[in-house]
Design a protein around this ligand. Structure first.
Ligand SMILES: C[S@@+](CC[C@H](N)C(=O)[O-])C[C@H]1O[C@@H](n2cnc3c(N)ncnc32)[C@H](O)[C@@H]1O
Length: 255
């Protein structure tokens, strides 16, 4: 699957249904500022860390499995002149053990790294300053999906919830929701539909590649399930949360 994503998202900088504007808005509403230290688990091409370092003066460390995405992240840091403030490391983010605590810990679009939302929150907690900020990018159902939607989209039946159901999950984990930025159908299209062109071009250029038949099937299946279910029933957003478990700390801005 990783290789399919490396191919289909070769032309993307942001590997989730956010536009650049939404990514910057997320940094603003999260009060990211000079010196805010961010750990990004499953950071992809590191666009969030790099853009925020350039726009807000933050610093960060990203962990991802993909050497292809990490090479793009390091190039991007150089391009934006922030290579001194953001670092990247290859590895399984589910096994990451932080040697320092971070002001904010993010996991956007990859909560499987900890075996689901609750496990990933546990991972994030182990790397965050007490009362720290959590940024979690997660899908949610916008309407009750038909039973076959789960299978078509490759999700377990209770993997995701409605928006209020997602809030319940955060609260059960001891997190307080303090802000959020949501994708919309147009920004979802930029993430999903722009992959179709990239895959089309890749298949044209690599007809004999051993992965070509599987890549075509991946494209056909994901395009159809996107149009049939994803676009109608699935939302995505980044939830900005404060850890209240055990701290009794009031919610306050980072700066
Ligand atoms: C949907 S993308 C999101 C990337 C990035 N957070 C973003 O929003 O642009 C999922 C990312 O998870 C990475 N990934 C998947 N499993 C991982 C793991 N166990 N540890 C680290 N990264 C992982 C993939 O390489 C990919 O970059």
């Amino acid at each position: 699957m990783l290789r399919y994503h490396e191919i289909s998202e070769a032309d993307h900088r942001i590997l989730n249904p956010f536009t650049e504007e939404k990514l910057l808005l997320l940094g603003e509403v999260s009060r990211i500022g000079p010196g805010t230290r961010i750990l990004d688990l499953a950071c992809g091409k590191g666009e969030m860390l790099c853009r925020w370092a350039a726009a807000f003066g933050s610093a960060g460390h990203g962990v991802d499995l993909s050497e292809v995405f990490l090479a793009a992240a390091r190039r991007r840091a150089g391009e934006l002149g922030v290579a001194g403030r953001v670092t990247f490391e290859q590895g399984d983010a589910g096994r990451y053990r932080a040697s320092a605590r971070f002001d904010a810990v993010a996991c956007l679009g990859a909560t499987w790294i900890g075996g689901g939302l609750a496990g990933t929150i546990g991972l994030m907690r182990s790397a965050a300053e007490p009362g720290g900020l959590f940024l979690i990018g997660e899908p949610f159902w916008t309407d009750e999906p038909p039973g076959e939607a789960h299978r078509a989209l490759g999700f377990a039946r209770d993997e995701f919830a409605s928006l209020p159901g997602t809030l319940d999950r955060f609260e059960a984990a001891g997190l307080e929701l303090v802000e959020m930025v949501l994708a919309d159908p147009d920004s979802w299209d930029r993430y999903a539909a722009s992959q179709w062109w990239t895959i089309h071009e890749w298949l044209k250029a690599n007809p004999g590649d051993p992965d070509a038949p599987a890549m075509r099937e991946f494209a056909d299946t994901s395009r159809r399930s996107y149009l049939t279910y994803n676009r109608r029933y699935l939302g995505w957003g980044v939830f900005v949360l404060r850890d209240t478990a055990g701290t009794g700390a009031p919610v306050s801005p980072l700066r």
